[in-house]
Design a protein around this ligand. Structure first.
Ligand SMILES: [Zn+2]
Length: 304
C-alpha cells in the first residue's frame, strides 16, 4: 500500500476512523478507569474496534493511545509500562488493519500545564512524548497524530518528539497535528487562547506534515474552522468533528449528529480540499461508512 503522504500528494482524499472512547465505553470500560489499560488486559477489544472501522471503509485507523503519555499513565500507576501500553495499542490496530488501512498513533495532551502557567517542565513533557512515540513507531505505525491539543507549546513539544522518533526509525512516519477550538464572539479559539492563524503557523513550524482540527462542537463549526485553516496554510488538512455537542440522557452522553447529517456537512469539507475527513467523540462506524460513501461518490477516494 502506498504510504500516507504519497496518497495525499496524488490527490486522494482519505477517510479516517471515528471515536475510540465511546467504543471502549460501550465494551464495558468503567467510568474513571484507564482506557489504555485495555491494551494490556483486553487487546482483542481494540482489534475489534479497529476492524469495525476498517470494514466501514476507513483508510486510517487510530491506536488506543490517546492517554498513553507517561504523565497520563502515571495517574493509573501504569507509567513504568508506557512502552508496553503503546506497543500493544499499535499491535492491536495493526492486526485489524493488515494491508487494508494505515494505522495512526494517537497522542493526546499529557494532562499537565506547562511552566510558567503550570508546573510541568517542557523537557520532561517532551521526553515523555518521546517514550510514547518511540514505542508506537517501533510497533510499525504508519503515522503519528498529535491531537485534541489546546496549548501550542505542548503541541510543539509533542510534534518535535514525533519527528525525533520518526527520524530514529529511519523510515517515513508522517506527523499529523490537530487542535480543538471553541466558537467565541471573536472567532475560534482553543481554551488556552490559540486562534487558527497561530495554530496553522505554529503546527507547521513545529514540523507537522498534516494539520487541522478535531473534537469541538460539531460539523457546522468545523466547516468554518477548516475554511480558516485553508486560508492560512497550504499543508494537507485533517478534520475530525464530534457528532455535535453531547447532552446527558439517563447518565449517558448522547450525540445529536447522525451519520447522514455529518456526511452532508462533510461535502463542504471536500469542496474546501480537506485531505483527510474523519470523526471524533460520538461518531461510530456508521458515521465512517457515510463519510466513505461521500468520498467515494465524489471521486476523490482511492480508485476501486
Ligand atoms: Zn472528541
Amino acid at each position: 500500500m502506498p504510504d500516507l503522504l504519497a496518497r495525499l500528494r496524488a490527490g486522494e482524499t482519505l477517510v479516517a476512523d471515528g471515536a475510540m472512547g465511546s467504543m471502549v465505553m460501550a465494551r464495558g470500560l468503567e467510568p474513571g478507569a484507564c482506557p489504555e489499560a485495555l491494551n494490556l488486559s483486553r487487546p482483542e477489544l481494540l482489534e475489534e474496534i479497529a476492524r469495525l472501522y476498517v470494514e466501514a471503509g476507513a483508510d486510517l485507523v487510530q491506536t488506543n493511545s490517546f492517554g498513553g503519555s507517561p504523565a497520563k499513565l502515571q495517574r493509573y500507576g501504569l507509567e513504568p509500562r508506557c512502552e508496553e501500553v503503546n506497543r500493544a495499542a499499535a499491535a492491536a490496530a495493526r492486526r485489524a488493519a493488515k494491508e487494508r488501512a494505515l494505522v495512526y498513533g494517537s497522542c493526546g495532551p499529557c494532562g499537565r500545564l506547562l511552566k510558567p502557567v503550570g508546573d510541568a517542565e517542557p523537557d520532561e513533557v517532551r521526553d515523555g512524548y518521546l517514550r510514547q512515540m518511540r514505542a508506537l513507531v517501533a510497533e510499525g505505525v504508519d503515522a503519528l497524530c498529535v491531537e485534541t491539543m489546546t496549548d501550542l507549546a505542548e503541541a510543539t513539544l509533542a510534534i518535535e518528539a514525533a519527528r525525533e522518533a520518526a527520524a530514529e526509525a529511519g523510515r517515513e512516519v508522517p506527523v499529523l497535528a490537530t487542535m480543538t477550538f471553541d466558537r467565541t464572539r471573536r472567532g475560534y479559539f482553543t481554551i488556552m487562547g490559540v486562534d487558527i492563524a497561530a495554530a496553522a503557523a505554529g503546527l507547521a513550524r513545529a514540523g507537522a506534515d498534516v494539520i487541522g482540527s478535531n473534537c469541538g462542537n460539531g460539523s457546522d463549526n468545523m466547516v468554518e474552522i477548516a475554511r480558516e485553516f485553508r486560508d492560512r496554510s497550504s499543508l494537507p488538512l485533517l478534520i475530525q468533528p464530534n457528532a455535535g455537542l453531547p447532552r446527558l440522557e439517563g447518565g449517558k452522553a448522547v450525540y445529536a449528529e447522525s451519520p447522514e447529517y455529518m456526511a452532508e456537512r462533510a461535502q463542504k469539507l471536500l469542496v474546501l480540499g480537506v485531505a483527510i475527513v474523519g470523526g471524533c467523540c460520538g461518531t461510530t462506524p456508521e458515521h465512517t461508512r457515510a463519510l466513505r460513501r461521500l468520498v467515494s461518490s465524489s471521486g476523490a477516494g482511492q480508485a476501486g
